[in-house]
Structures are given as C-alpha cells and as structure tokens.
Design a protein around this ligand. Structure first.
Ligand code: HEM
Length: 536
C-alpha cells in the first residue's frame, strides 16, 4: 500500500468520526470526573476531524496528474458546505468565486464538487459530454424521474432518447403549438394566454410569480401532455405536482413519511392521470388512422407533444405507455417552472422599464398586431418580431431560470492549471458565466437593443440560458415561442404597475422575487387607453 492510500484511510471521514464516537463512549464509562478534559478533547478532536476531512479530499486527487486541485474549502466533515449553499445559493457561489476565482472546490449535497464558471471553462465541460463527463443527478431525482428519463440517461441511451423526444419539437410541431396556445378552450383553467391575462385585470392585484407558474403549468399540461381537466381535477394535479417537485431533491431513503416516499406517491398519482389520458389518446389516434377518409387526419393544432410521440412510436421503435408517461412527467418537470420563472422576470423587468414596453408597442403597431384581437400568430409572424425576440433573450441573459448543471467526471482532465479528478462532480454555472463575461457592454443593464446588433451565435458559451452541446435544452424553441407570445399578449392587452419593490431575489428552485411580485394589471378598453399608457 502506498503512502497516499494510508493517508486516505486514516483521514477518511468515517474513520475520524468513529474515533470521536469511541472516545466519547469510553470517557463516559471510565472517566466521568474529568470534566475539563471531556470538554476540551472533543473540541480538539472536532478541529482535527475538520483538518482530516480536508486532507482526505486532497488525497482523492488523481496522482497521475501533476497539477493541484482547485482552491476552495471542503467545509465541515460530512455536511461540507451544504448549509451555506442551501441558505443562499447565489451568494454562496458569488462569495466563493470572489475568494477563489472561476474554478474552485467545495463539498455540497454530500459530494465533492468543482464549480466552473466562464465561457472557456464551461465550454470544456459541455463539449466533452460522454467522453470526459456525464450527467449527474442526485439519487432521489433519478428515482423520481424514472428509468426512461432523458436528463438522467448517459451515452448511447441518452442520444437515442433525445432523438426520439426531438420529434415532438420539430418546426411542424412548434407551428401546431403556436396555434394551440392561442386556441380558446372550454375549461376555465385551460385558458389561452390572453384569457388568463384578462382574469388578472379583473382583480385588485395578483401575485406575479404564482400566476406565471399557474399559467405555464396549464399551458404545459395542454400543449405537451394534451391534458385539459375540469377545474377541480386540474387543481388536484397542481397539488400533486407541487409535492413531487418539493421532494425531488431529498435523501434517497424510501420509508413511510420520508421526502422520497411523498415524492413517489405524488409521482404515481400523476402517472395514473397521464396514463389514463395516453390510453384515450391512443384510441382516438387509431380511430382517426382507421377512418382514412382523405381529410387531414391529424390537424396540427390538435397534436400535443404526447400525441406526436405516440404516432411516431407507432411508426418506428415503439414506445410503451410506461415510457411515454415518464417522458410526459419529465417534460412537465423541465418545462413548467423554468418558463414560469422567465414569465415572472418579464413582468418585473418590463414593469420597471416603460421605454422598453413602448418600443414593443411600436413594433407590434408596425406589424399590425397592436390590438388583442389582431392577427393570427404563427412561426413566421413571431420570427418577424425582432425587438420582442431581443426582449426575451435579454431576460434570459439577466435572469436565467436554470443556474447551472451537474456532471460526473468520467476521466481526469484539466482546467485553468488545475486537475478535475475522475469521480468528482463538476458544477458549471450559467448565471455567473453571464455575469462575468465582458462581451456584454454594461452587462448589469437591462438593454434588449444589444441583441439587435449582435447575433446569439456570436456569444456562444458566454450566453447559454439553455446550456450548449449534446445536452442543450430539448424544449428551448418551445420555451422561446411561449415567452414571445406572452410578451405580445401582455403588452397589447393591458398596462401594469408593480405594487411592491420586488428587489430581493430568491434562486431555489428557480429565480423569483422574494415578495412573490405583487402586480396590479389594468385591461385596455380602447386605443386611447393604449396611447395614454405609452405617454405615461
Ligand atoms: C425558459 C425555459 C427553459 C430554460 C431556461 C431551460 C434550460 C435548460 C438547461 C440549462 C438545460 C441543461 C441542464 C444541464 O446541463 O444539466 C435543460 C435541459 C433540458 N430541458 Fe430545458 N429549459 C427550459 C424549458 C424547457 C421546456 C419547455 C422543456 C420541455 C418542453 C425542457 C426540456 C428539457 C429537457 C428534456 C432537458 C434535458 C436534456 C438532456 O439532458 O439531453 N426545457 N434545459
């Protein structure tokens, strides 16, 4: 055995914790009178165990690479720096980056982690998916998302699942979703964006974050899963989904009352709803296929993502209902709170920047879209709205809904003169990469017009709200459409004022104002309302 292996064994956390326990136990039995010693020795042992914890991790570095681990602190034995992380995720990463630089080590959520920020470093992580790194998700997420998830899959399995899922986000599919989002629905909770905004106007004030999440949940249910339920059942589904997301990051132990057990129970109830809906859908699609009456059998405005996957799986490798229901839940999970956060940031930033709202109105006027009832939207019309598009890009630059991602290191590699050892976990930062880059002049300023002179491609890896490389967000085009339609409908339907200051932000699970963003909306009743609002 070499010296390094001895050090690893002696400093291993379980060894030094065992030493403390044995000491306390024996001193309690044999030396009940040694009070001073009884208080001093545990303190000394504790400090020793902190040092040994850090030494232990230093010795898990790859001995074949002659470079140090990145700087940073591993925190306290066992818990590491998890508590500081949980209590202030943005400040946690921000303060450590100030102290240690763009690449640093820490210990959070029970694992040693190397945090990486900045375009060149993040590029190295993302472009080496499957060779140097692979997706990492805590065990509870893997259990709750199920064995057919895209996000937790690796290697060839990941590639093939992604290919399958991308069928639901083709140009043709997206065109159908634009139509679906504008369609008038029967049930009160499956309202179009425009109808939902109208209900906000009828209230004294609403909580912007809550309403945005409600809207994106209803829209995701309808367009992705094809689920449109009566109010009571819809609310029950929202409840279940809340329990599911609240427990998705929990300890991986499934016993009665545990977070994981609650998450699994909620997930299974959601699966039951998705499955029932899938079976109905399968029947309807088969009937339509059998009719074969020369009419368009599958009008695209009726084809939600699940129907598309059902049809595609009939043609090629068949996806089972079991697989499809897991995919459905994953889409809902990945797509709902992210878009909800972005909508919230839109209401907030536009509420604080009336000059931007005026420019959006000018653009809508120029395209004959300034009144709520004007013009059917489609992909072509949306692509012409350059300023609206710039606004959504700027929102995702300033407040990216996903702060970063985790990867397991498969093979030791180097970044910035440090080794990133195999077996550790890398966490790449999106939000801080946006903040630290100097490619955006006046980066702290909300300025959509910067996107009129530069193309997104020029900023690759400096700007990556949807990540990049083989794990780029599958739903990114869908999300962009949703955000554009929201901006358009909001600006042409109403004016609004922020009731609170909504300055302090929280970042878990997604960014949102700590006060929930209270807002007062006022519907436009006439053209003069709109003009007056522009003047004000
Ligand atoms: C503004 C909204 C959204 C943002 C900012 C966003 C962002 C992201 C990011 C950063 C990742 C990569 C995470 C990682 O590196 O581990 C990702 C992955 C993913 N997103 Fe999104 N997302 C959004 C909306 C959506 C929507 C609407 C859907 C589905 C309809 C979706 C489905 C997925 C899926 C399935 C993955 C996993 C991809 C893979 O591992 O290959 N996302 N998203």
């Amino acid at each position: 055995m070499c010296l390094r292996e001895y050090v690893c064994i002696i400093t291993h956390p379980s060894v030094n914790q065992a030493v403390i326990v044995v000491y306390l136990f024996t001193s309690l039995i044999y030396n009940p009178g040694w009070l001073l010693l009884q208080t001093l020795v545990p303190v000394v042992l504790f400090l020793l165990s902190v040092i040994m914890w850090s030494v232990y991790h230093t010795h898990t570095a790859d001995p074949t690479v002659d470079l140090p681990l990145p700087p940073g602190s591993m925190g306290l034995p066992i818990v590491g720096e998890t508590l500081s992380f949980a209590f202030g995720i943005k400040d946690f990463f921000g303060s450590r980056r100030k102290q240690y630089g763009d690449v640093f080590k820490t210990h959070i959520l029970g694992i040693p982690v190397i945090r990486v920020v900045g375009a060149p470093h993040v590029r190295k992580v993302l472009m080496n998916e499957h060779s140097l790194v692979s997706a990492y998700w805590p065990r509870s997420v893997q259990i709750l998302l199920g064995s057919h998830s895209v996000a937790t899959a690796a290697g060839e399995v990941h590639r093939s699942r992604r290919r399958g899922l991308q069928r639901a986000f083709s140009g043709e599919a997206l065109e159908g979703y634009v139509a679906m989002i504008q369609r008038i629905h029967v049930f009160p909770l499956s309202q179009t964006v425009r109808e939902r905004i109208k209900t906000w106007c009828s209230k004294d004030s609403v909580m912007g974050y809550l309403e945005s999440k409600r809207m994106t949940f209803a829209l995701s249910c309808e367009t992705l899963l094809g689920i449109s339920l009566p109010t009571e059942d819809h609310n029950a589904l929202v409840e279940l989904f809340t329990v599911f997301t609240e427990n998705i990051f929990s300890l991986p132990y499934n016993f009665p009352g545990s977070g994981l057990a609650k998450g699994v129970a909620a997930r299974d109830a959601i699966y039951a709803t998705i499955e029932e809906n899938l079976i109905q859908k399968q029947r309807v699609l088969r009937e339509r296929q059998a009719r074969n009456d020369g009419e368009d059998q599958f009008p695209r405005e009726t084809m939600d993502a699940m129907s598309r996957l059902l049809l595609a799986s009939g043609e090629n490798e068949a996806l089972t209902v079991e697989e499809l229901k897991e995919i459905g839940l994953e889409l809902l999970f990945a797509g709902h709170s992210t878009t909800g956060s972005a909508l919230t940031s839109l209401i907030l930033q536009l509420g604080n920047n009336s000059n931007v709202v005026s420019k959006i109105r000018e653009e809508l006027e120029a395209h004959g879209l300034s009144r709520p009832e004007q013009g059917d939207l489609n992909l072509y019309v949306l692509s012409k709205l350059e300023y609206v598009s710039a606004v959504t890009k700027e929102i995702l630059r300033m407040t990216p809904p996903v702060g970063g991602g985790f990867r397991t290191v498969l093979k030791t590699f180097t970044i910035n003169g440090y080794q990133i050892p195999a077996g550790w976990t890398v966490n790449y930062g999106i939000r801080e990469t946006h903040e630290c880059t100097d490619v955006f002049a006046d980066g702290e300023k909300f300025d959509p017009s910067r996107w009129l002179t530069h193309r997104e491609q020029e900023y690759k890896f400096h700007y990556l709200p949807f990540s990049a490389g083989p794990r780029t967000c599958v739903g990114k085009e869908f999300a962009k459409i949703l955000l554009k339609i929201f901006v358009l409908e909001l600006v042409r339907s109403c004016s609004w004022e922020l009731v609170g200051d909504s300055v302090k932000m929280k970042h878990m699970p997604v960014p949102y104002p700590a006060d929930g963003l209270p807002v007062r909306f006022t519907e436009f009743n006439s053209r003069s309302d709109r003009i007056n609002s522009d003047i004000l």
